[in-house]
Design a binder for this molecule. Structure first.
Ligand code: GRF
Length: 220
């Protein structure tokens, strides 16, 4: 089976990278991580790549005169490695429309909110401030508008009484570690089609009919 040649782009801790590496360790998984790129030499995630024996490259954005030059270096490195899909996993650089267009429908991102709610930073603090009952994460194809694009997978978690930003972030993060491998599997299996600006996923099972928060104690 040809596995989808995937690169993961990171800037930091790399816990989503770690989850993707774990998923790809299964030889039946339809994608392989062929390359990890970080724009920061001190990204903790680089250790995950090294431990798994995955090739990595550090491309510091500060070494380039502008975004276009930095992205040209990214694309050159990605294409030299024969990369077919990019997974952004905590990659903290805004991308130009040109780069996004070049990798259109071949680049996915994970964001720690139920998009289109709370794009951008500080998602958990904002979710708590709004008093939403569910938080979660979204894996989506990347478009030029930040945290925007056809949605592949979402995972919802409840917001619980007493949650602070850290407690909620930790709950969402463990959902991210399930959602991102699932999205990569679906894309790798060729089951995700972008139609208009939405995705269609073939062979999807049934999602849970309903989640209530708070639970309805009067009903089983
Ligand atoms: C995650 O919360 C992800 O959703 C966001 O950045 C964070 C990266 O965490 N885009 P990690 O580096 O994968 O641990």
């Amino acid at each position: 089976m040809a596995r989808l040649k995937t690169a993961v782009l990171i800037s930091g801790r790399g816990s989503n990278l770690e989850a993707l590496i774990r998923a790809c360790a299964d030889e039946d998984f339809p994608a392989e991580i062929a390359l990890v790129i970080s724009n920061r030499a001190d990204a903790g995630g680089l250790d995950h790549a090294a431990r798994a024996g995955i090739a990595s490259a550090v491309i510091p954005h500060r070494d380039y005169a502008n975004r276009e030059a930095f992205e040209a270096a990214l694309t050159k490195t990605l294409e030299a490695a024969g990369i077919e899909l990019i997974c952004l996993a905590g990659f903290m650089r805004l991308l130009t429309a040109g780069f996004v267009q070049h990798w259109r429908d071949r680049m996915i991102n994970i964001h720690p909110s139920l998009l289109p709610a709370f794009p951008g930073l500080d998602t958990h603090a904002r979710a708590l401030a709004e008093g939403v009952r569910f938080a979660g994460c979204t894996v989506h194809f990347v478009r030029a508008e930040m945290d925007h694009g056809p949605i592949i997978v979402q995972a919802a978690v409840p917001v619980l009484p007493g949650d602070d930003e850290h407690a909620l972030a930790a709950r969402v993060l463990s959902a991210e570690h399930r959602a991102y491998p699932l999205a990569l599997r679906l894309v790798g299996e060729g089951r995700v089609k972008v139609v208009g600006e939405r995705t269609e996923i073939s062979g999807m099972g049934d999602a849970p009919a309903m989640l209530l928060n708070p639970p309805d104690a009067t009903r089983a």
